[in-house]
Design a protein around this ligand. Structure first.
Ligand code: ADQ
Length: 468
């Protein structure tokens, strides 16, 4: 296997056991890198007074990392700005929250060039370079302009927006055209891939050829649907760990015979937490017989706290959970336990297992690994039920979950009621079908599929641009 160079905005190598809150990307890529013995390159998360291009190399649990610091202005305009205030909301269907500022765009271009300048001297001719996510879309183009002829792949972890939405992004054409400097571009689902194909066919007049490759102005790109999975083996170990067992027992004890409905999400407007709370409120209002017999545990560690819309959502959720608790609580029972912190993954695995219902209702989500982790954590003989938004990428694979429209409080309420009363045989049958997918299409499968497509690229067709 060629050496793999993974590039992503943040580098989060495997952490010490028991550390809290590793994101989906980090969890998946650590597994991928362990297998490929590669380097993980990206931003350290730290601020430098002036950008120096200094690279900090480290080794963590079998993974070599190489990180750079960015200047305050870069962080503001590239990370908090273009990535998280322009692209993230737009790609998650929240044009109302998307901010279009020229400084953001300039910062995004500048930071991507800084990545290219510092990364290119590390590259060896046979390296496969795999760039991740919306922060780094133009990086492939910048590397090509420096003469990098390696095979280059890009994977988008978030949805690709419908063309009519993307058109509202200034310079959308340049952004999309920069993807044509890669050999392979991967999307989480066929839906997101179809949206991409729609744009390139209708706006760029690109040709989608019979072999699935796309031809645009002499460049050939292979675009694939390649859904990310969880590290099944690692997760299985975690579920069986002492910490998980202790956490599971502690949760069951604290539930005191009540059925636990569980939500686990980064605190983000795309995760649909407000609508979820409203759906649960509707459930309580329409099923008075269930009062005091269930509770919702929502674990939601804050994220991106420097972005205003994230502060707002936090305040709104605090108010809404307080309101629902005020409306339904008794002296002995609180309907929503709302916790704003991350948990060590072993503990989280135990909490998943103790939950009768996994409530995963994002309004839009590239994939959603929590849904897969919930399935993987269940007791095969007495599994809980996954309620899943049809707008999560995971819904394309986990078709035997109870799929809901997360915007509809009635739909969510009905699904909760159905999940709580579902006969054991049906629970087992639905869980088994979901678990088959989680087991078959795990992170190793994802890695092989993407890297396999990249490695299969015909080297002679690699376009190299040395000017501009
Ligand atoms: P995220 O938006 O971060 O990822 P998700 O796929 O659900 O969303 O991954 C979250 C990860 O963080 C899970 O592994 C989960 O266990 C962990 N996590 C969440 N809350 C936690 C807590 N309180 N304590 C500990 N761990 C917690 C982006 C995209 C997704 C896509 C992934 C991977 O938005 O759509 O699935 O990348 O491609």
């Amino acid at each position: 296997m060629n050496r793999l160079i993974v590039v992503s905005n943040r580098v989060q190598p495997p952490m010490e056991e028991g550390s809290a809150n590793q994101g989906g990307l980090a969890v998946a890529l650590s597994a991928a890198l362990r297998e490929s013995n590669g380097i993980w390159f990206g931003w350290s998360g730290d601020e430098a007074g002036n950008f120096t291009g200094h690279i900090d190399f480290q080794r963590h649990h079998g993974v070599t990392t190489a990180t750079i610091d960015l200047e305050a202005q870069d962080i503001d305009e590239y990370y908090n700005g273009y990535a998280n205030r322009t692209l993230w909301p737009l790609f998650h269907d929240r044009i109302d929250l998307a901010e279009f500022q020229r400084e953001f765009e300039g910062g995004y271009e500048r930071a991507n060039r800084r990545f290219a300048d510092t990364l290119s001297p590390l590259l060896q001719p046979d390296d496969l370079i795999w760039i991740h996510d919306y922060h780094l879309i133009p990086l492939g183009r910048d590397l090509r302009r420096m003469g990098v002829g390696n095979r280059l792949g890009f994977f988008l972890h978030i949805p690709w927006p419908p063309t009519r939405l993307l058109l509202s992004l200034p310079h959308h054409r340049e952004l999309v055209e920069s993807l044509f400097f890669y050999d392979v571009v991967g999307f989480q689902t066929q839906d997101w891939l179809d949206s991409f194909l729609h744009y390139v066919q209708t706006k760029l007049n690109a040709e989608v050829r019979e072999d699935g490759t796309i031809l645009h102005e002499g460049r050939v790109l292979r675009a694939i649907a390649c859904p990310i999975g969880i590290d099944r083996a690692e997760f299985q170990e975690m579920v069986e760990s002492e910490e998980a067992l202790v956490a599971c027992r502690a949760m069951e004890k604290s539930a005191d015979g009540r059925a636990m409905i569980l939500g686990v999400d980064r605190l983000d407007y795309s995760k649909g937490l407000q609508d979820r709370f409203l759906g649960y409120q509707r459930f309580l209002a329409t099923h008075p017989e269930m009062l005091e017999r269930v509770f919702l545990l929502q674990i939601a560690p804050p994220s991106r706290e420097n972005v205003g819309s994230y502060q707002e959502i936090r305040a709104q959720l605090d108010a809404l959970s307080g309101h629902i608790n005020g409306e339904f609580a008794s002296v002995e029972w609180v309907p929503i336990r709302y916790v704003n912190k991350g948990y060590p993954r072993e503990k989280l695995a135990g909490i998943y297992r103790a939950a009768r219902v996994g409530l995963v209702t994002p309004l839009r989500d590239g994939m959603n690994l929590v849904a897969k982790e919930y399935i993987a954590a269940q007791n095969p003989e007495d599994p809980g039920v996954l309620i899943l938004s049809s707008f999560a990428g995971a819904a394309r694979q986990l078709t035997q979950a109870l799929l809901v429209n997360p915007h509809s409080a009635d739909d969510v309420a009905d699904a909760i009621a159905r999940a709580l009363t579902m006969p054991k045989e049906e629970r087992i049958a639905r869980w088994r079908a979901s678990m088959d997918v989680v087991e078959r299409e795990d992170v190793t499968w994802w890695l092989r599929r993407f890297v396999g497509a990249l490695a299969a690229t015909d080297e002679a067709s690699i376009p190299v641009e040395t000017t501009g």
